[in-house]
Write a protein that binds this ligand. Structure first.
Ligand SMILES: CCCCCCCCCC(=O)SCCNC(=O)CCNC(=O)[C@H](O)C(C)(C)COP(=O)(O)OP(=O)(O)OC[C@H]1O[C@@H](n2cnc3c(N)ncnc32)[C@H](O)[C@@H]1OP(=O)(O)O
Length: 213
């Protein structure tokens, strides 16, 4: 058993033992959505220095209130309908992760993983456009879901990405990924992000490898 595989199994088993209360998840998702709005306002707000200091103090108090209840362990990942993995803490799709856009992924009958989303200012790279690392993160994750949906999940071993044209912020985008070839433990997945004009802004081929046990 490799070290990484054993470590992942331990984390997985510990998280599996937790009950997930959907009512609580819905409330926390609402909290995360409000924190995302707050994050954007940290960049954009025109509040004066006094107001910024006052808001900072209020947020400190709110953080202390949540911390007072103690810290648990992150929720487990679950496989839902159509093989879509729900990972509440994921930085890409996690409803409870305030760093995540979050994007929603569904798997088509032909195994293609698809998503539609709009990326705001928090994901800016070049002025007015999406950061290349964010595009890579989304295509990596979407491709991982396509590999899983293909019945051949694995760790990303490589992500060969071409940025064809800048990906615009603040407009509806879509992305898709599909497993195109399996070679032993390797699964090759093609993916792309598509702009509002229907043209690909970024295209990738990823290789996923199931670690040896
Ligand atoms: C289910 C949840 C869905 C959620 C989606 C999640 C998506 C997000 C995924 C990630 O972010 S994963 C995190 C980022 N990736 C990593 O941290 C992986 C770190 N690397 C590893 O753990 C190991 O390198 C790895 C398990 C990928 C492979 O190690 P192995 O020792 O098992 O493989 P090995 O190096 O022996 O290579 C196996 C074969 O693959 C080939 N190979 C390795 N890297 C390759 C590559 N990049 N491209 C093509 N082939 C490659 C290698 O030449 C060899 O070919 P042959 O079998 O023909 O000899």
């Amino acid at each position: 058993m490799t070290g990484a595989w054993a470590a992942m199994q331990r984390v997985f088993e510990e998280r599996e033992r937790q009950e997930i209360d959907e009512g609580r998840v819905a409330r926390l998702a609402e909290l995360a959505a409000r924190v995302r709005e707050l994050s954007e306002l940290v960049i954009l707000s025109q509040a004066d220095e006094m107001e910024i200091a006052a808001v900072t103090r209020e947020i400190e108090l709110l953080t202390a209130r949540l911390a007072a209840a103690g810290r648990g362990i992150p929720p487990s990942a679950e496989v839902g309908d159509g093989g879509v993995v729900r990972q509440l803490g994921s930085p890409v799709t996690g409803l409870l992760n305030t760093l995540a856009p979050p994007i929603e992924i569904r798997i088509g009958d032909d195994g293609t993983a698809r998503s539609e989303f709009t990326l705001g200012l928090l994901y800016e790279g070049p002025p007015g456009f999406v950061h290349g690392g964010v595009s890579a993160m989304i295509l990596d994750h979407l491709s991982g879901c396509a590999a899983s949906a293909n019945g051949t999940p694995g760790m990303t071993a490589g992500l060969d990405l071409r940025y064809r044209r800048p990906t615009p912020l603040g407009v509806p985008l879509s992305a898709e990924a599909k497993a195109v070839r399996v070679d032993g433990r390797k699964t090759f997945v093609d993916s792309r992000i598509i702009g509002p004009d229907g043209r690909a802004t970024a295209e990738a081929t990823a290789v996923f490898i199931m670690p040896t046990r």
